[in-house]
Design a protein around this ligand. Sequence first.
Ligand code: AMP
Ligand code: MG
Length: 357
Amino acid sequence: MKTEIVKINRERFTEEELEFAARCLREGKLVAFPTETVYGLGGNAFDATASARIYEAKGRPSDNPLIVHIAETEALKELAEDVPESAYRLAEAFWPGPLTMILKKSDKVPKTTTGGLDTVAVRMPSDEIAAALIRLSGIYVAAPSANASGRPSTTKAEHVIEDLDGKIDVIIDGGASAIGLESTIVDLTGEVPLILRPGYISAEQLAEVLGEVQFDEAVLKRSASENVVAKAPGMKYRHYAPKAPLYIVEGKSEEVIRFINTEAVKHAAEGRIVGILATEETKKYYTGGMVFCAGKRADAETIAAGLFDTLRSFDETGVGVIYSESFADNPLGTAIMNRLLKAAGYHIIHPNEDGEH
Ligand code: AMP
Ligand code: MG
């Protein structure tokens, strides 16, 4: 299949420029589009064939449900049942924006879209291109992240082309995603609202609106041996992983840098190049290996925006092993570490505790 690339200048574009993509969505075709979180791979949420095609293009397991993207809060009435009043308060506070709500699904939503579940995930993106496309298409757009299953999510059209060219109908190139991490997912179907995936909207922000909110146990997991089953089906899969094994190195900055520099020498002696995921503040201290800078430690938003792009970059370099710095335990740091831990298969090294490593 030939994939059409439609370039859109987000500073000034007209609806006509999106009409072709919107028509494709209406016809049951697949369109990748930018959102403020990551790029989404969209199809008609009410068309079981379109959602089946999304799973096929991504190579995604069919029990991993899709998020339905909407342009008006009104849509909740058609997509969900028994919508709690808290959902409207969250919508008022955070929509359009990077928050996904899990609600009881209506009969109109096919189970192919929800991975067989009786609940549906709904989000209203704030990205102007995404919002205009959904509105113009006149449908609800089921859209998982536009990456091949298992790979880091896509934050640029180039990443989508890498993973999905020839497998989908259209890719809208609207430049880089502003946030760079997927939406916060909050489940409103239980007694207490549960965060199934941390994101840009923090637990603290949700608590301000909801009163009480808890993390699903799986979100805070820090080791592969913790055998907790994630409530968001997608969170149980191996995800975001670069081709080379990735280790997170934790400790004081000097210890981390010394450990990684020593490893770089050892690996070089055996003919292996070490990839290093570093930051603006630390990159100058690395003496070997191939250093990639994810962003600025003092500004966590830059790390969030650069993380997936950096993880993808390693795959083009032929590095044999990757060491990454660890990130702080602040609200956005929780979302960053959640993705990084998955990418690393929960492999964490503490150089000072492990002695001679
Ligand atoms: P992605 O679209 O790639 O960001 O993935 C969507 C995420 O939302 C996955 O982790 C899904 O498991 C999760 N999700 C979607 N629908 C539901 C649902 N009904 N219940 C729980 N998690 C969901
Ligand atoms: Mg995904």
